[in-house]
Design a protein around this ligand. Structure first.
Ligand code: NIG
Ligand code: FE
Length: 382
């Protein structure tokens, strides 16, 4: 028999069940890695272990669907220069590429382990991790092999920027040929940075098509720094998610609403680059599914904190606290095409957070306060 845990006396339980997204005076039973039962505390069945939530709130673990954790080096001086008036440029990525290539596998693995642990402490129970700081066949493949030790949601981002001194067309051929072949066994997704200074729409289309032919599902970085065709390409191809979405025309918004492609907003980037924030309200009003993620990376945004992203989305992007918590959990799950996370319903993965607060509203109401008091990942307290 699998051991069961009853988590009871939950003052407010965010389930994201369509029928009943919020419950009060609730309880949950965890059995192995799954949720076996959800209901009123008064009706809770017996279990091997009982945990008293003390009337506090429980929510699904955060699903951080966009991060770049495999890197070495530090760009804090680039950040300081931005805060003194410089603007963000994609070219900074090459600084991290040099440091990443110089690091050993052990150093990269230890660094990712430290960042993942930092994320888990703040409530992230599912994380997507991209390559993109190797940009050679060997360094992209080993970046993904390192990432795979921590998550199944690994993304091949060989098309992050063109490495210094390389012809762009020759580089796209490398990415879609030998690099893809070496990387596909370690990856679930393919991504490209579709932006001026990185890859144009045609190049992104070529990379996504090659990735799809190798069995990888597509996602895209688009419309981060300027208007462009990336978001429309993502919608046209019916990608699972398109990320950043800061500069959108009405046609872009309509295309997202029609395609069902999730718009993943990354407010830590705008915080750390002093760019304008994306307009989540406009997307929600048009019926677009919105996810929130950290984009944790050494350049445009070195935060691993989803609670910070929730607070920023509420304060700066027109989301309600309830929408922002949904976007950082169930929304992230949609952005990764996952049905087993981001919800707390019978059968879902037992990934959940006990908050040191009476309600999920406090995540935005008390910005900067470490409210995650307990984390269960796959049914186990961590
Ligand atoms: O998602 N936009 C492209 N890639 C990262 C930034 C990478 C970097 O600056 O190192 C992003 O913001
Ligand atoms: Fe990114």
């Amino acid at each position: 028999m699998t051991a069961t845990t009853l988590l009871t006396n939950i003052g407010e339980l965010t389930t994201h069940d369509v029928e009943r997204p919020l419950r009060h005076d609730a309880a949950l039973v965890l059995e192995g890695s799954r949720i076996a039962w959800v209901g009123d505390a008064a009706d809770a069945p017996a279990a091997d272990t009982v945990v008293d939530a003390g009337g506090r709130a429980v929510i699904p673990g955060f699903v951080d669907s966009h991060s770049h954790l495999v890197f070495a080096g530090d760009r804090s001086e680039e950040f300081a220069a931005r805060m003194a008036g410089e603007s963000y440029a994609a070219g900074g990525i090459r600084t991290t590429v040099a440091a990443t290539r110089a690091a050993t596998d052990e150093q990269l693995t230890a660094h990712v382990a430290r960042l993942v642990a930092e994320m888990v402490r703040q409530g992230t129970t599912t994380v997507e991790i991209k390559s993109g700081y190797g940009l050679s066949v060997h360094d992209e493949a080993r970046s993904l092999a390192v990432a795979r030790q921590f998550t199944d949601e690994t993304t091949f981002l060989g098309a992050h920027v063109v490495p210094a001194g390389t012809d762009p067309e020759a580089y796209v051929e490398l990415v879609t040929g030998p690099m893809l072949e070496a990387c596909a066994p370690h990856a679930s997704w393919v991504d490209a940075f579709c932006e001026e200074g990185a890859f144009d729409v045609d190049q992104a289309r070529t990379v996504l098509a090659a990735g799809a032919a190798a069995g990888l599902r597509g996602r895209l970085h688009a419309n981060q720094l300027s208007y462009g065709g990336g978001v429309r390409l993502a919608a046209e191809l019916g990608l699972t998610a398109v990320d950043h979405c800061t500069f959108l025309t009405d046609d872009d918004v309509a295309a997202l609403a029609d395609s069902g492609t999730v718009a993943t907003l990354l407010p830590g980037v705008e915080f750390s680059t002093r760019q304008p924030y994306p307009d989540a309200r406009r997307l929600l009003a048009a019926g677009v599914t919105v996810a929130l993620a950290s984009d944790c990376n050494p350049g445009s945004c070195f935060t691993s904190s989803v609670p910070l992203c929730i607070a920023l989305a509420v304060r700066e992007m027109g989301m309600t606290p309830t929408e922002a918590v949904w976007a950082a959990t169930a929304g992230g799950a949609r952005a990764l095409d996952r049905e087993d996370v981001g919800v707390l319903t019978a059968g879902a993965r037992a990934d959940l957070l006990l908050l040191d607060a009476p309600s999920h509203l406090h995540l935005a109401y008390r910005p900067g306060v470490p409210l995650v008091a307990g984390v269960w990942q796959g049914g186990r307290p961590v």
